[in-house]
Design a protein around this ligand. Structure first.
Ligand SMILES: [Zn+2]
Length: 798
């Protein structure tokens, strides 16, 4: 369906004048731009305000403090010095400018406006005469290297973020200062790459979706063509170019792809660019491929939080159903990428399943990425923790904080959409929208306490009486699948669905549609008409597809769109031993003063005891996942055991288990007391249980020791070495010896059998029984490799 795009683009531009209008002939729906939607609710509006008043200034300051801005001054020849940071740091500054521009569009702020103008002037000064802009090569005086390493040097990734920032700034302020820089760079790229020019891909997708935005803002068709060229280059070994493989989605052409592979952020941005090109060009096979890729994410590779990209190694998508909890990667940027991809698929098709996914992401796996105060961030969003994973003020690679900063202020743009006949209500957030619909202007006022309460009232006030359809999304979470192929399912419950659907107070209405999906009301709407609905929000017990082995025997709790987790702060250190039987009653309670105001879930859990002891009961509390890690450090879990055998076993009171562990050094992501937690490894490469490693010490001599609870007569040890050959640089050690603390002195045990370094087994060493206060393992690591231990047992005298 072709839309009245001229009007829509003009709306998006607000004050800015428009050079030319672009039209996406295959995009079914148009969003109602965020500039026409104002949140005034208790959930999102304060977060957008925190983003505006704290996160944006904070992120600019971090860009200043870390040399990200002075890199531009150095490239401009105004400052001496070396390039600071990572080669793609330019992109971080561009992303903050994009976020700041969205904030400016919604909320005039002369001081911020002036600050951004100053930063833009410094960026513009760093641009080369021919349009090239990438401070890493310029400052390093290696401009001759430009585009010699497209696979990994991110010149075009940075360019893409510049284009997005420029379009946002132009639309927010009407100023062309950054847009001119962007166009000059885009023209330069266009002079280098193309069907009759150089063949290569961008290395990290992003310029494609950004070039389409630049095309929409300027009407310059060469930008759309260049975007289509880069998407089309993927998987095509044109002109002898060697393909870069799955990591960069360069293993086969888009039209032949059917699942997301490789680096998760790349894969999602690639899909976004592909969708943008597809709705303009109708490139054969693209939409079919993108539908398959999206379905594969949603039914095989998405965590219940909406997080995607399960693997740390390569920050990548894993295999189907490979959805670990504690070791989940789920980069904040990948969640954002999945949300952006879902929105594009929704606009292309009108299918509300894409909005269901978007909603899942923004309330859970995205929102966890930023602290309540807006100044700490997660890069990695695991679904379980032992208390060592915390939000950080910043990262050397800061892609995630700056991505949060730009997505949050754009969220009002996801609330409504429209086509010639219909206005679509997608998200429930109290506030006001002015929809410039084909039939005339319509003001929509939403009143709701969503996501804590499902009552929604929408007052529909057209400028004059008008006939159109209001399509109201009944969310997928109302009636989740009970079985079948779905990745997450929930048994039917009696108090689900929705209630009290009324139009202007009357329940006798011509409403069509079956939930989940859109309820459609077509009528002549007059000022003050209203639509009311109440979504019931029972606590849902969610289960993963049985192929997700990490979630077998476990349950997750969800209420409305919000996924919950249990934290040590509420449940104590026994949380890992908790199980929540299927008949355990669960109630909700709203706590206005907790974690910024949350509805918590409460009940009684059973606590697994030592063998032979009956389980005991304990109070159980779950809080929204997005709000975890704001109180004292402790364990966290989204997937809770349902049966005693799934809960963590009580450690037996062994010699090792009651010892204090110290080591010469422990890698920050590991823990020393992993080696006496009595969790038996499946093999030496087992990454599902905690470990101690000496990473990143290579080839050194290291030690680890047990101080026993009291002097004990010991006669053997068993050591299970960690080895991640193929993934990392930990190997079994070159050699090791065992020492005993006898009378305050460490000396080698006597009569020891050989100290083995075999993989995939406990290496048992026996020695002459000795009364000791502790034992110490001294290792010599293999040259150039590190090493570690998964479990270390100690045997007494038999
Ligand atoms: Zn990131």
């Amino acid at each position: 369906m072709a839309l009245h795009k001229l009007a829509i683009v003009a709306v998006v531009l607000g004050a800015a004048s428009l050079a030319a209008a672009a039209e996406a002939p295959l995009r079914k729906l148009a969003p109602v731009p965020f500039t026409d939607v104002k949140f005034a609710d208790g959930f999102w509006a304060p977060r957008l305000e925190t983003n505006r008043t704290r996160s944006i200034p904070y992120n600019f300051k971090m860009c200043e403090d870390t040399g990200r801005i002075t890199n531009f001054d150095k490239a401009a020849g105004k400052l001496e010095g070396k390039f600071e940071g990572i080669f793609f740091n330019d992109s971080d500054l561009y992303k903050v400018i994009e976020g700041a521009s969205y904030a400016l569009a919604a909320h005039p702020d002369p001081a911020l406006d002036k600050y951004v103008d100053g930063v833009i002037a410094r960026i513009a000064a760093a641009q080369q005469k021919d349009g090239y802009l990438y401070t890493f090569y310029t400052v390093n005086k290696t401009l001759d290297k430009r585009f010699t390493d497209c696979r990994s040097k991110h010149e075009m990734y940075c360019a893409g973020h510049l284009f997005e920032a420029a379009v946002a700034h132009y639309r927010a302020t009407g100023k062309r200062t950054l847009l001119d820089v962007a166009c000059k760079l885009a023209d330069y790229l266009d002079s280098v790459f193309g069907p009759d020019k150089r063949h290569d891909i961008e290395g990290h997708p992003e310029p494609e979706l950004a070039l389409v935005k630049l095309y929409e803002a300027t009407g310059q068709e060469r930008y759309l063509k260049l975007a289509a060229f880069f998407i089309g280059e993927h998987g095509h070994a044109a002109c002898g170019r060697k393909l870069y493989g799955e990591y960069s989605q360069d293993h086969k052409p888009l039209a032949e792809q059917d699942e997301p592979v490789g680096h998760a952020v790349r894969a999602m941005y690639f899909a976004c660019g592909g969708a943008d090109v597809a709705v303009y060009t109708g490139a054969p096979g693209y939409m079919e491929a993108l539908r398959k890729i999206w379905d594969n994410v949603a039914t095989r590779k998405m965590h219940i939080t909406g997080g995607v990209g399960a693997r740390h190694a390569g920050e990548a998508f894993g295999a189907a159903y490979e959805l670990p909890n504690e070791s989940a990667y789920c980069e904040t940027c990948a969640a954002i990428g999945f949300a952006l991809f879902s929105q594009r698929m929704f606009l292309a098709t009108g299918d509300p399943k894409y909005v269901d996914a978007l909603e899942r992401v923004i309330y859970n796996g995205f929102l966890s990425g930023v602290s309540l105060d807006g100044e700490k961030f997660f890069y990695v969003n695991p679904l379980a923790s032992r208390g060592k994973h915390h939000r950080q003020p910043w990262f050397g690679c800061a892609c995630c904080p700056v991505n949060v900063v730009r997505l949050l202020p754009s969220l009002p743009g996801y609330q409504y959409a429209q086509d010639d006949k219909t206005i679509y209500v997608n998200l429930y957030v109290a506030g006001t929208a002015k929809v410039k619909h084909k039939t005339g202007e319509v003001t929509l006022v939403q009143e709701t306490r969503y996501p804590w309460d499902g009552k929604v009232k929408i007052t529909v006030s057209p400028a004059k009486p008008m006939t159109f359809t209001l399509a109201v999304r009944t969310p997928g979470w109302l009636e989740p699948p009970t079985e079948g192929d779905a990745l997450y399912r929930s048994p039917a419950v009696k108090d689900a669905g929705y209630l009290n659907m009324k139009v202007s107070g009357s329940s006798k209405t011509d409403i069509t549609g079956d939930p989940p999906g859109y309820q459609r009301i077509t009528r002549e709407w007059k000022a003050g008409d209203s639509f009311e609905i109440e979504f019931r929000m029972p606590v849902r017990r969610m289960y993963a597809h049985p192929n997700v082995k990490d979630d077998v025997g476990r349950v997750a709790l969800q209420r409305g769109p919000v996924v919950y987790c249990a934290e040590g702060a509420d449940n104590g250190k026994d949380l890992g031993h908790f199980f929540l039987p299927q008949d355990a009653a669960l109630a909700t309670e709203h706590k206005a003063d907790l974690l910024g105001g949350v509805t918590v879930i409460k009940g009684k859990a059973q606590v697994r005891q030592a063998e032979g002891e009956a389980a005991r009961q304990a109070d159980f509390t779950a809080v929204p996942y997005y709000a975890w890690d704001h109180r004292e450090p402790g364990p966290m879990a989204v997937w809770i055991a349902e049966k005693p055998e799934t809960a963590d076993a009580r450690p037996q009171p062994t010699i090792a288990g009651t010892s204090k562990v110290t080591a010469s050094y422990v890698w920050k992501a590991d823990t020393a007391d992993a080696i006496n937690d009595q969790r038996e490894p499946k093999n030496s490469a087992d990454q599902t249980i905690p470990r101690l490693t000496w990473w990143d010490h290579l080839g050194t001599k290291e030690w680890v020791q047990y101080d026993f609870a009291k002097p004990t007569k010991v006669a053997s040890v068993e050591v299970y070495w960690f080895d991640d050959t193929g993934k990392g640089s930990c190997r079994t050690p070159k050699s090791w010896t065992l020492l005993a603390n006898v009378g305050g002195q460490w000396k080698p045990v006597e009569g020891a059998s050989p100290c083995g370094v075999e993989k995939d087994k406990f290496n048992k060493v026996t020695f002459a029984p000795v009364e000791a206060a502790g034992l110490r393992i001294e290792v010599e690591l293999q040259p150039k490799f590190s090493g570690g231990i998964l479990e270390w047992k100690v045997g007494g005298e038999k």
